[in-house]
Design a protein around this ligand. Structure first.
Ligand code: HEC
Length: 174
């Protein structure tokens, strides 16, 4: 009984300590604050597990994500939706502000090999909470367009010349 009382008292003390620490403003939410390794580890594990559990959508029968036209439409959408501002693109530097984001937006050609199309679709559609990665469904992008972006991501690395050709604005007709 005495043992349980000690545990209970300790739990209350930890609760009070945590309340003071977080609500007293001692925890820094600065984007420049370095995360302890354990926090980075835990966040990465939680993110991966969540994406793995939730990402199950497949492209509709009307969309072939290996099709060249879909890939090119996806490159256009990638440029138009502003992805390159944070992630960069072939021959396109990310915007300077992207270096101030924490966590850092990855260079997508380095990570797409580890992601299935369903996982990429889920991330772009839903975003990643408490990071800079926006939900593009929330931003009004339709599923079909997101699938075309997935087709483009799957194709990475793409040459600078191809990316340029695929994203060029059609010449204005006079
Ligand atoms: C405002 C900045 C920003 C924009 C705009 C943005 N992203 Fe992201 N994105 C991020 C950040 C930050 C992460 C990393 C989140 C993390 O570490 O959990 C990320 C993660 C991702 C990932 C997951 C990478 C992985 O390893 O799991 C994919 C895929 C992705 N973004 C694709 C896109 C696409 C496609 C677009 C455009 C439609 C886009 N992003 C627009 C900031 C951005």
């Amino acid at each position: 009984m005495r043992f349980l009382a000690v545990i209970g008292a300790l739990a209350i003390l930890v609760g009070i300590g945590a309340t003071l620490f977080f609500f007293g403003g001692f925890y820094s939410v600065a984007g420049t604050a370095e995360d302890p390794a354990i926090v980075t580890w835990a966040l990465t594990r939680v993110r991966t597990a969540s994406i793995n559990r939730n990402a199950s959508d497949q492209p509709p029968a009307s969309i072939n994500i290996s099709d060249a036209a879909t890939v090119q439409a996806g490159a256009k959408a990638f440029a138009a939706r502003g992805c390159a501002n944070c992630h960069g693109a072939p021959g396109v530097n990310w915007a300077k502000f992207s270096e101030g984001l924490h966590p850092d937006p990855p260079d997508l050609k380095d990570v797409v090999g580890e992601l299935s199309p369903a996982q990429m679709f889920w991330v772009v559609k839903n975003g990643i909470n408490m990071t800079g990665m926006p939900s593009f469904a929330q931003a009004g992008v339709k599923d079909d367009e997101i699938w075309s972006i997935v087709a483009f991501l799957k194709k990475l690395p793409v040459s600078e010349a191809d990316y340029k050709a695929w994203t060029v604005q059609p010449a204005a007709s006079h």
